[in-house]
Design a protein around this ligand. Sequence first.
Ligand code: NAD
Length: 296
Amino acid sequence: MTTVAFIGLGNMGGPMAANLVKAGFSVQAFDLSQAALAQLAEVGGTVMSTAREAAQGADFVVSMLPAGKHVAATYLGEQGIASVISPDALVIDCSTIDAATARKVGAELAAQGIAFIDAPVSGGVAGAKAGTLTFIVGGDEAHFERARLVLSAMGKNLFHAGDIGAGQVAKICNNMLLSILMAGTSEALQLGIDNGLDPKVLSEIMLKSSGRNWTLELYNPCPGVMDNVPSSNGYQGGFMVDLMAKDLSLATETALGSGSSTPMGSLARSLYVQHQRQGHGKEDFSGIFQAFAKKN
Ligand code: NAD
C-alpha cells in the first residue's frame, strides 16, 4: 500500500486527505489542531503526534499549510521533517506560498537527494471536497509524472507550469486576476442597482454579454442572485479575505521582483487589505461587494 504523509488538515487539507484515504492510500497525518486530526481519523486516516512521525516511511509527503513561513519551518526548521523523509519519497507542497520559499525548500531537499514539487491548487473548498481541484505544478517533468498517482486522487486538472516555483507564480497570476474580476463585477452590479436595475437581471445580461466572467457564472457576489454561494450565506465558507489579501501581497512582491507593472492588482490588493482591516478577514472574498454596497 502506498503511504502518504499529510501535513495541514485545514479547510482544504482535511478534505484532500480524506479523498486520499477514499482512494486507498494509507494516510498518516499531522496538524496542530486536534479537532482537524479527529475529523480525519473518523474517515480512516492515521493520526500522528508530530510532523516528523507522520513523514517517516512515507512514499509521498503532501503539505497544505497557510503560508511560506509554515512551509519553511515544517521542512527546514529545528524540528523540520527534511531529516526524516526517505530519499525515495516525493514531496508535494500544495500550499499557496511565495515562489522564493518554494525554491529554497526544493533546493535544500534536493541537497539531501529528496525530490520536491510545488503544486498549489485552484478550486476552493468545494473542489477539495469533490476531488476536482486543479493542481498547478512547478518542478521536474519526471517528478510531475510521478505525482499524478496522488494528485489525481484529489483533483481533475493537472498542469505542469515549469521549474520549481513556477506553480506558485501561475497560481498568484490567476488569483490576482480573480480578485480584479471579483471587485470589478461587484462595482458593476452595484452601479446597476443604484440605477434601478435588478441584480439578477443585470447578472443574466452580463453573463450573455462581453462582461461575462467566472464570478458571474459561478460565484455571484451580490446576495440573493445565486443559491449555494457564500454571498447568499452571509459570506461564510469559501475562500477567506485573509487568504486573498495574502495572495495579492505575494503578487505584489513578485511584481516588484520582476519589475512588472500590475496597477489593477495593486488596486485590488488595497481594496482587499482595507476590507480585511474593517473586520472581514474571515469572510469569503466575494464579500468585497459590501465595500461598494449602499448602507441603509
Ligand atoms: P486553513 O487555515 O483552513 O488550514 C491550515 C491548516 O494548517 C490548519 O488546520 C492549521 O492548524 C495547520 N497548520 C498550521 N501550521 C502547522 C504546522 N506547523 N504543522 C501542522 N499543521 C499546521 O487554510 P486552508 O484554507 O486549508 O488553506 C491552506 C492553503 O491552501 C493556503 O496556502 C491557502 O492560500 C491555499 N488555498 C486555499 C483555498 C481555499 O479556498 N481555502 C483555495 C486555494 C488555495
